[in-house]
Design a binder for this molecule. Structure first.
Ligand code: ITT
Length: 199
């Protein structure tokens, strides 16, 4: 069966295809870009889980196929969890990863290393055309660097150094990142749920 990946973020699509293939999901994964006529849903939720469910339901309803969605972001301790669900548009324009990262670094310029704790969060949602829904979450804890390092990954990867490593997420190989990431954890937890509901 077909399973729609309800995201237009290229970085996420690459990671999700690798994570779900590695987990042995037998479904034919199709990105939302295969359905250009379906309008983007407004992310009006106040949590990652609510927004992931909104995206998954919108695609499942519009296509008549099961859909999975990812809502994710960076939560900074000294900012009370911001940017959080606003991570993709922190500097104003949706999806401008460089501007978002530069603004966040400027905002944290005076914060010393011992107070630079943060985590990536990901909610992975599954929705069926009949309205059935499931959502699970994953987190990756780390500290924020003062200057970006590395070219792999996307978004805030060049500034988050996972706990227990000396490299940023952008210096990990894709496989290394997926093995520990918020997205890897969330979607690996979703796989048995997909199997249970879709066979
Ligand atoms: P879709 O809604 O189409 O899935 P989006 O980019 O708008 O794409 P989100 O609203 O979930 O997705 O925003 C996620 C943002 O959080 C993303 O733009 C990154 O800046 C950041 N982010 C999420 N996961 C990340 C990761 O693994 N590494 C670095 N940054 C990440």
């Amino acid at each position: 069966t077909r399973l729609i990946l309800a995201t237009r973020n290229a970085g996420k699509i690459t990671e999700l295809k690798a994570i779900l293939a590695e987990a042995g999901l037998p479904h034919d994964l199709v990105g939302a870009d295969a359905y250009p006529d379906i309008p983007d849903v407004k992310e009006t939720g106040v949590t990652f889980a609510e927004n992931a469910l909104l995206k998954a339901h919108a695609l499942a309803r519009a296509t008549g196929l099961p859909a999975v969605a990812d809502d994710s972001g960076l939560c900074v301790d000294v900012l009370g969890g911001a940017p959080g669900i606003f991570s993709a548009r922190w500097a104003g324009r949706h999806g401008d990863d460089k501007a978002n990262l530069d603004l966040l670094l400027a905002q944290l310029a005076d914060i010393p290393d011992e107070h630079r704790g943060a985590h990536f969060a990901c909610a992975a949602a599954l929705a069926l055309p009949d309205g059935t829904e499931r959502v699970v979450e994953g987190r990756l804890r780390g500290t924020l660097r003062h200057t970006p390092a590395g070219t792999n990954g996307f978004g805030y990867d060049p500034i988050l150094q996972p706990d227990g490593d000396t490299r940023t997420c952008a210096e990990l190989t894709p496989d290394e990142k997926n093995a520990i990431s918020h997205r890897g954890q969330a979607f690996r937890a979703l796989v048995p749920v997909v199997r249970e509901l879709l066979g």
